[in-house]
Write a protein that binds this ligand. Sequence first.
Ligand SMILES: Nc1nc2c(c(=O)[nH]1)N[C@H]1C(S)=C(S)[C@@H](COP(=O)(O)OP(=O)(O)OC[C@H]3O[C@@H](n4cnc5c(=O)[nH]c(N)nc54)[C@H](O)[C@@H]3O)O[C@H]1N2
Ligand SMILES: Nc1nc2c(c(=O)[nH]1)N[C@H]1C(S)=C(S)[C@@H](COP(=O)(O)OP(=O)(O)OC[C@H]3O[C@@H](n4cnc5c(=O)[nH]c(N)nc54)[C@H](O)[C@@H]3O)O[C@H]1N2
Ligand code: SF4
Ligand SMILES: [Mo]
Length: 721
Amino acid sequence: MQRDKFFKEVDNLHHPNETLVRTHCSYCGMQCGMNLRVNTKTNKIIGVEPRYDWPVTVGKMCPKGVTAYQQTNHDDRLLKPLIRDDKSLKGTKLGFREATWEEAYDHIVKNFQKLQKDYGNDSLSVFSGVSMTNEKCYLTGKFARVALGTRYIDYNGRFCMSSAAGGFLRSFGVDRGSTLPWTDIHETDCLFIAGSNTAECHPTSMFRIWNVQERGGYLIVADPRETPIARRADVHLDLRPGTDLALANGILNLLIENGFADEEFVQNHTNGFEETKELVKQFTPEYTSEITGVAPEKIIRAAELYGKAPNAVVMFARGIEQQHKGVDNVSAYTNMALVTGKIGRAKSGVATFTGQGNGQGGREHGQKSDLLPGYRKITNPEHVKEVCQFWGITPEEMPKPGVSAYEMFELMDQKVIRGLYLLCSNPAVSAPNLNFVRNAMKNLDFMVCSDFYLSESAEFADVILPTVTWSEDEGTVTNLEGRIIKINKAQEPLGESKPDWQIQVELAERLGKGKYFSHLKTARDVADEFRGATKGGYADYSGATWEKIEKQDGVFWPCKSEEDEGTPHMFLDKKFYHPDGKAKICALPYRPPAEEPCEQYPLRLTTGRVVYHYLSGNQTRRIQFLRDMCPEPYVEVHPETAKKYNIEHEERVRLFTRRGEAVYKVKITEAIRSDTVFVPYHFGHKESINLLTNPALDPMSRMPEFKACAAQIEKQSIKKV
Ligand SMILES: Nc1nc2c(c(=O)[nH]1)N[C@H]1C(S)=C(S)[C@@H](COP(=O)(O)OP(=O)(O)OC[C@H]3O[C@@H](n4cnc5c(=O)[nH]c(N)nc54)[C@H](O)[C@@H]3O)O[C@H]1N2
Ligand SMILES: Nc1nc2c(c(=O)[nH]1)N[C@H]1C(S)=C(S)[C@@H](COP(=O)(O)OP(=O)(O)OC[C@H]3O[C@@H](n4cnc5c(=O)[nH]c(N)nc54)[C@H](O)[C@@H]3O)O[C@H]1N2
Ligand code: SF4
Ligand SMILES: [Mo]
């Protein structure tokens, strides 16, 4: 349908008392196009409709997306700042009183300054998240380094995208989550998808995935569970959690042995082939099967389908990345594309399903402990110099690199970090090893939390600042393709809530750093500064103006000037971003999960998501429909395992690991391996599966191993009433 014609029809359809605001969903990296319906009498959001004219998702939305609008005027919204009166009630919702913004700011500034005077600048920390716009993510990095002058800033993407980022940097020398636009995906001949529950986590990608099969192409899925995509796959590689490295090496070995390597491409555009070829030789189908538990015939069939396909896309998600060898897994699966040359052209390539709405942009502009805007490195003196010049500080004033998200909690425990400014994350649910993490937060001298609902993490705060939902501010986010898109404002901030960028400007002024922040009076001011700060970095957004984004249906980075239309396909010129222009094929020896099953803990525990809830659940557990559909967590158990433990469907069992325990309802299902159990992680307090998970970190990405640890189940003793 013609765009203009469609819009005319839409405009004629809507009610005279309504206006439509074009924007995107608040949740996952798909960033589905939506129109928010706003009542022009009350100026309040009253509903939503999908946008058919958005090329990535063409009118599709999932159950979270169609109810996302209900967040903004929800009864649970925080409308005024809260100050904790009673420290003894830390860790609960109680003991807060309402305060004015001035009181809250005074309290924060007094406490931050006292901690820095007594213990140095680095006694404060910032922990942030990527449900925020690029502009907010950028300013949060600047706030930490310039207003607070602390080295300790990191963010929730460390638990999400850091292994994909590390793998892409090593293989390609650049970290853009997808080498091709999503509009190519349904036109490929073979999709190899590892560790992604696409139908529940990126549901609006599904029409493209089914379309590959409908056109006669093939779908291969590697997942320990029979997810909806695994069920319809041509090959389901039902591997043991934590064994992807062996599987990827086994497939690569067959690709090379069976003549599917593209010699010209390997020779001219890659390094590391010979060494890798030698290493993967030992991964025969039989040996690979021994480690992974996948039948040899399936491994052979998968390699054949991928090898023969004229075009193919390798895709993956947290299933392979949230392991203590997540970076290796990413590079190992990426090897398949590099050895066969199925990259750097349309309909072929490698993509990770980026998780959060701004999981891509939010990791590029300085919220990570070692990064500065434009993907510049804080360890590179040239990069530091460029950013310092832009900000108007001296290189000596730039703090040193900090530590990763989980390691910040370790420093809180050791009292190295004493103060925390938490925004846009709920680590009291989402961090691993929660008994430890919650205790570290409780022991802080002073904590500030910015959120629009009182989260489980806010319960540990001394001050809670009410911020706005995504629909009450404007800015850009970068979706899972690397496409920069525009989020528009549909409603004025509810109550006294303020956007995070405004809070940071006002706090910086009160901390005596106004000269670096006071010129930022609107979201657009922050956007213009942000674009300038990225100029010259490899994640260059400088040419991606809001006007261009609206006109072109988004702009793919890099986009280096007003004239540059952006870069939908990466590496079309076969130039990778390593200094010699070549990609790296990586020789990666197999390593088992950090914790293997044993007599005491004989099961493998893996964790993840359901379609109805989002991350820590602080947003979606408040939406009636979503809560009705999935009111509580459960543990998935195979019928054989259930029989062995003598447990029944819907019975409550105790699940425990070396770190903690919780009680869950049993869901008996054949869609899981008999040596593995699965629990969704969207729930708080005693229901959090992260009480049990292993904080073993990947040596490069510092990603915790959420996807594999050793566990045991115990039948609850039956209490007679
Ligand atoms: N409904 C919903 N959608 C979401 C989100 C949400 O919370 N809810 N969150 C968004 C975010 S931030 C993210 S990061 C993405 C996550 O998206 P996904 O990564 O797709 O989601 P997960 O459920 O974490 O894990 C995916 C799959 O990995 C499998 N898996 C577990 N262990 C292994 C293993 O060792 N190897 C392999 N190959 N697979 C394994 C699990 O069985 C699971 O099916 O989703 C985004 N979309
Ligand atoms: N066991 C297990 N644990 C996991 C995972 C797993 O697969 N298994 N996955 C990990 C992954 S991939 C991720 S991404 C993390 C996510 O974990 P979290 O970072 O905890 O995710 P959210 O629930 O999105 O938390 C965001 C919080 O900020 C609020 N918020 C939303 N937008 C804004 C804003 O603009 N400003 C402010 N100030 N607040 C805002 C929300 O209300 C919410 O309370 O969890 C990780 N934890
Ligand atoms: S798929 Fe993701 S972006 Fe789209 S509606 Fe669902 S949660 Fe929102
Ligand atoms: Mo994520």
